[in-house]
Structure formats: structure tokens, C-alpha cells
Design a protein around this ligand. Structure first.
Ligand code: FAD
Length: 433
């Protein structure tokens, strides 16, 4: 391990204040990687830490250490493994696993001095004065102002139910998941899942996996699944094969016109009308049609594009013409960038953002010109769980599918342990078996 230089100027200045908006894959990655670098450790999501973990050694970050005060603000009371939603809405015991309250995340508990989690919603920021307004924080009902040196926007997308749960507290979420599962698994007429994108496919397949006797029908308005994604036809065709193999019934080229609720022998049921004149009866209808919008209403309008995504530079900074742009970064789903939105991308951006903030700190202390890490263009790629199997497409490896692909991409729990371990949420040196 190399020695780490901590000079007098570094020690005598007050801690740098870093505000992270959003405590999910991107936000936690940024906070934890920054904490690593500032304390002289190799950034946990960077190549040096990965190599050291493989070699069974430890690695240092070869740069100055800084006192840092990181605040992560999130509307939820814990880390929610969003990717697991299709299984959480099919299996109550999995729902218990995939939402971990922040106070139960060991990596955050090991750093009470420099990572603080605040439950609240960031309402606005003043980019000029570097102040954020936070509502619903633990400090009382009114908004509070938080002053920062550097801000990382990692607030993701706003997604509708049941694409994601709407609860903000773990306790409420368990009720929400339980109610949804009860309605979906009534098993008289079965369940209809509308939308053959990634979320609809996963929801239909997970329900069928957990309740093999349940009739599950996946409905899609186009003649190919994943029709909105810029993926090779082979991925779309293979996905359909796997959906069939999982035992899910599929209605392609069926556009829903309307859904009517009625009472069937004392039970709530639904009649789905299609524009082609067909109808279908179901006990519940799950609308897995994505209407996600970037969660960026708290940001100045001129850093956003017309759809609300942050117009980042390759260094993840806000547009250079905006005030203090080098002190404001955006990462994860809410940025305008190439590629399909993925949690791996969000965590990687968190690592890059941590490096680039450390560069700015170095500049503030010693005047050195920063050399920022930059985000490469991201080609379309996907890993899609379809019950016991999965289909994956990576530009270098092409299309693959099967149970082994599911194991590789998702482990045994729709990727919970993979993400947990990648972020080292159990602690820097703790990897779940
Ligand atoms: C059902 C489903 C399945 C998916 N499956 C996969 C998959 O298999 N593989 C894959 O790679 N990706 C998958 N994704 C995509 C992946 O989940 C996203 O790319 C990832 O969640 C992005 O992470 P993020 O940190 O940018 O944002 P998010 O995970 O959306 O987190 C944003 C956080 O910000 C908080 N927040 C929002 N607004 C505010 C505010 N104003 N103030 C404070 N906090 C705020 C939210 O509470 C949330 O915790 C899936 C997505 C869905 C919905």
C-alpha cells in the first residue's frame, strides 16, 4: 500500500460539503466511492479495488485525503433494489429482502462521521449560491436549506405503480407488495400484464415462476416484444421464446382500448377490451407500460433538455454555460446519454463522479488543474430475467440465453446480492457469499 500525503493545508480546512440527491444505485455509489477516495482507499467500484479483491490484497488511492461531509437525501427510508420489483410484487419474502433501511446498511453505519442520510425531498437548488431546499426532512415540517460545495444529482426517474412501489417507508412497502400479490394471485381468471417491454416481461415471468398454477397473460400492442428498445431482432425473438417457455400466455399485436371493472360471483374482476374487438377477463390487470419521467423538477430548467434529462458533459458536469458547472454533477437514469438505462451504468457514473469531485477538491486546496474521468458512449445492451432463464445482449458477446445466463446476470435473487456486493454495502471488506 502506498503512503498517502496529507498536508497541513488539507488538515486545517473545514470538511468539503457534498450533497447527493438520491440514495439508490447511483447516489450510494457516488457517496461511498468518494468516501473511499477521500480516506485514502481505492474507490470500491474502480479497477484498483476490483483487482485487489481478486488478488486478496488491499489497495490505496494514490492521492491526497480530504475531510469530507457527505449528505445523501432520499425520499425513501432505505436502499430499495429497484431491479427486484417484478419479484417483490410476486413474492412477499423477497419483498422483505429487497428494501433495506439505511440504518441497517452496514457500509453507511461504518461511516457516521462523513456520510449522513437525510430523509426528505429536494425541492430546488440555487446553482449560483450552492444551496438546496429540502422538504419533509427530519428537522421539521418546513423546508430547510443545505449549503454545499459540490452537488450530485442522482434522483433517477419517476415511475408509476406497479413498475415501482410508491411507498416511501419500508413498512408501507411491505403492505403495498402484499396487497398487490393478493390481488394478482386470486387465480380465478388469472392476471393480465399489459406491456411487453422489459418490465412487463419480467413481471409476467416472475408471477408465473412464483405461482406456477396461475394463468398469466402478457399483452403487447406491437408484433415484437421490447419493440421500443434499440436491440437486435434476435434478442426480441429470444425473449418471446423464453416467455413462452416460462408458461406465460402471450397476446401480441393487441392494443388495449379500455378496461372495465365488474363483480364476478362477489369478487372484483376486469374485462379488457382490445381495439381489434377481442376481450379478456382477468382478476387483475397490471399496467407495465412505462411512463417514466426524469426526477429533475428541482433542477434549473436550463440544464435540462426538453424531456427533462440533465444535459451532462462527458465528465458528468452540468452544461458548462451554467453557473458553477464544475461543482454540479448528474449521474444515473436522469442524465441524457446513450445506452439503455441500467443500474450498472448508474453505479459506474457514481464512481466517475466521486473521482471528479476529488479532482475539484485537489484543485481547491493546491490549485492543480483537474483531469476529469469521462463517461464513454454506451452501446445498447441488456440482461433480462425471464423466470428461471434470462436473455442477454452485449455488443462483444452477442445474444445468449438460458438458466446459466440468469445465474450470471442475476444470481439467485434478481441481482440483489450482485448489487449489494458491488457497492460493498455490507462493508468495504465484506462480500456476501
Ligand atoms: C422494474 C425494473 C426492472 C429493472 N431491471 C433492470 C435490470 O435487470 N438491470 C439493470 O441494469 N437495470 C434494470 N432496471 C433499471 C435500473 O433500475 C435503473 O437504471 C437504476 O435504478 C438507476 O439508478 P439511479 O440511482 O439512477 O436511480 P433510481 O434507482 O431511480 O433512484 C433514484 C433515487 O432518488 C430518490 N429521489 C428521487 N427524487 C428525489 C428528490 N427530489 N429528493 C430526494 N430523493 C429523490 C428516489 O427515492 C430514489 O431512491 C430496471 C428498472 C425497473 C423499473
Amino acid at each position: 500500500m502506498g503512503s498517502i500525503a496529507v498536508d497541513d493545508a488539507t488538515l486545517s480546512r473545514p470538511p468539503f460539503k457534498v450533497l447527493v440527491v438520491g440514495g439508490s444505485y447511483g447516489g450510494l455509489s457516488a457517496a461511498l466511492n468518494l468516501q473511499d477516495i477521500c480516506s485514502g482507499r481505492a474507490a470500491r467500484c474502480g479497477p484498483d479495488a476490483k483487482k485487489a479483491a481478486l488478488d486478496g490484497t488491499s489497495a490505496a488511492h494514490d492521492g491526497p485525503q480530504f475531510a469530507v461531509d457527505i449528505t445523501v437525501v432520499d425520499e425513501r427510508d432505505g436502499f430499495y433494489h429497484l431491479i427486484g420489483t417484478p419479484l417483490a410484487f410476486a413474492d412477499e419474502s423477497y419483498a422483505e429482502k429487497c428494501w433495506v433501511k439505511y440504518e441497517d446498511v452496514p457500509a453507511l453505519q461504518q461511516s457516521p462521521n462523513n456520510i449522513r442520510i437525510l430523509r426528505g425531498s429536494v425541492q430546488s437548488i440555487d446553482q449560483e449560491r450552492k444551496i438546496a431546499k429540502v422538504l419533509g426532512s427530519e428537522n421539521g415540517p418546513g423546508p430547510i436549506e443545505l449549503k454545499y460545495d459540490y452537488l450530485i444529482a442522482a434522483a433517477g426517474l419517476r415511475r408509476v405503480f406497479p413498475v415501482v412501489p410508491q411507498s416511501l417507508l419500508r413498512k408501507q412497502f411491505l403492505f403495498e407488495a402484499g396487497d398487490h400479490i393478493q390481488a394478482a394471485t386470486a387465480n380465478r381468471h388469472g392476471v393480465a400484464v399489459v406491456g411487453g417491454g422489459a418490465v412487463g416481461i419480467e413481471m409476467a415471468a416472475e408471477l408465473k415462476l412464483v405461482c406456477p398454477d396461475l394463468k398469466v397473460t402478457l399483452i403487447h400492442s406491437r408484433d415484437k416484444l421490447l419493440s421500443a428498445e434499440p436491440l437486435p431482432e434476435e434478442v426480441k425473438d429470444r425473449s418471446l421464446e423464453l416467455v413462452h417457455e416460462a408458461g406465460v400466455e402471450v397476446l401480441m399485436s393487441h392494443r388495449v382500448d379500455r378496461t372495465e371493472e365488474f363483480v364476478d360471483n362477489g369478487h372484483k374482476a376486469y374485462k379488457v377490451y382490445f381495439t381489434n374487438g377481442h376481450t379478456l377477463i382477468a382478476d387483475s390487470v397490471i399496467m407495465a407500460i412505462s411512463r417514466s419521467v426524469p426526477s429533475t423538477t428541482f433542477l434549473p430548467r436550463d440544464v435540462l433538455n426538453e424531456e427533462g434529462y440533465v444535459k451532462i458533459q462527458p465528465s458528468l458536469h452540468f452544461p458548462s454555460e451554467s453557473p458553477n458547472s464544475d461543482d454540479h454533477l448528474a449521474i444515473g437514469d436522469l442524465v441524457k446519454w446513450s445506452g439503455i438505462k441500467r443500474c450498472g451504468g448508474a453505479m459506474h457514473m457514481g464512481y466517475l463522479a466521486a473521482n471528479n469531485i476529488h479532482m475539484r477538491m485537489k484543485q481547491a486546496v493546491s490549485g492543480t488543474e483537474p483531469t476529469y474521468l469521462e463517461l464513454d458512449e454506451i452501446p445498447p445492451m441488456i440482461g433480462l430475467a425471464v423466470g428461471k432463464k434470462a436473455v442477454a445482449y452485449w455488443p462483444t458477446n452477442g445474444v445468449s440465453s438460458g438458466e446459466d445466463v440468469n445465474k450470471l446476470f442475476f444470481g439467485d435473487d434478481l441481482g440483489f446480492d450482485i448489487c449489494w456486493n458491488h457497492l460493498r454495502l455490507g462493508g468495504y471488506d465484506v462480500v456476501k457469499a
